[in-house]
Ligand binder design. Structure first.
Ligand SMILES: [Mg+2]
Length: 327
């Protein structure tokens, strides 16, 4: 079977270099296509299996074919995102997020992380700082590292994102440290979990448009979790980021800056104007890719074939067909 071209119109596979290595990759591969509502993006990371990737495909199809949910604002406050880089690179990276006073820093080792916090404070003295650990610490490491962060900087941190993997560890950290805890992987890696009493484990819920399965799924999840949300990117191009901006715009209450300025981590967006930050905000609008940029970042034929096979396998899988309203 082949991909239905009437559903995945103008399907294009792209390969875009990143300016700095981020979550272990130097090149971001994505597929984009058009539906009745405009362009949409399907871009699960390469290593993701079929089940996880099928959730992203649901989001991509919903955005291509269903109107956006009701919007409560036309611009979204944005946080800067600082990858795990050498501290002397921080200034240049932060300059790509003009006007952002909230900074999310990817951390692991305390000494290196603390240098990035200092480099950030040198640039933005009153920055609200979030540390994102991506489940990287054991409970013991988290207790020790957070003690050290508190000792060195005081409680200048807006929250600590997913310091440990287990919910029980998050619960202890929430109780035993002065910091707010945000849950990210705990939510998107286990979407069917029971989220009752989730406020025992975290103070903030990170939601990502495609990994949670799109607009309707994100709202359903948010109401089950019952915590303030932060909408964050999964390193999409402007086409996917525009969907995430619309998701952020669709929550009546939005207390925190959102992590959607990540197109500036790419060598270039594929949309013009690019989905970058201005005065700390991004405008909610649909992403329109530019033909010249699509040709520039066109993926190699073997990668195009790989993505076609990936979409095909999900589209034709029994689980997707049974649960799908698209076929
Ligand atoms: Mg995270």
């Amino acid at each position: 079977m082949t991909i239905p071209t009437e559903i995945f119109q103008d399907l294009t596979v792209l390969s875009i270099p990143l300016r700095n290595r981020f979550r272990g990759i130097d090149i971001r591969e994505v597929a984009i296509f058009r539906g009745d509502q405009g362009w949409s993006e399907f871009s699960p990371f390469i290593e993701y299996g079929e089940v996880e990737a099928s959730t992203w495909l649901k989001a991509a199809l919903e955005a291509a074919y269903k109107p956006w949910p009701k919007q409560y604002r036309d611009r979204i406050p944005i946080n800067a995102t600082l990858p795990m880089v050498e501290p002397d690179q921080a200034s240049q990276i932060l300059s790509r997020f003009p006007g952002c006073t909230t900074v999310k820093i990817k951390v692991d080792d305390f000494v290196v992380g603390a240098e990035l916090v200092e480099a950030t404070l040198d640039e933005i003295p009153d920055a609200k700082i979030r540390l994102d650990v991506n489940e990287g610490w054991t409970l013991e490491e988290a207790l020790l590292n957070l003690y050290d962060y508190n000792l060195r900087f005081g409680n200048i941190f807006e929250y600590i994102e997913q310091p440990c993997k287990s919910l029980d560890d998050l619960k202890r950290l929430k109780r035993e440290t002065p910091f707010k805890i945000a849950a990210d992987e705990s939510i998107r890696k286990d979407l069917d979990a029971h989220f009752e009493e989730f406020s025992q484990y975290a103070d903030v819920a990170i939601l990502k448009w495609a990994p949670v399965g799109g607009f309707d799924a994100a709202h359903e999840l948010a109401s089950r979790i019952g915590l303030p949300v932060v909408i964050s990117s999964a390193l999409e191009t402007g086409v996917g980021i525009s969907q995430s901006l619309a998701l952020a715009g669709s929550f009546p209450q939005l207390d925190y800056a959102c992590g959607l300025g990540t197109v500036s981590l790419f060598e270039s967006d594929i949309c013009e104007p690019a989905f970058t930050v201005s005065n700390g905000f991004m405008e909610v609008r649909r992403g329109e890719p530019v033909p010249a940029l699509l040709s520039k970042y066109q993926a190699a034929p073997e990668r195009v074939e790989w993505w076609h096979n990936r979409i095909n396998a999900i589209w034709n899988s029994k689980d997707f067909r049974e649960g799908s309203e698209w076929q």
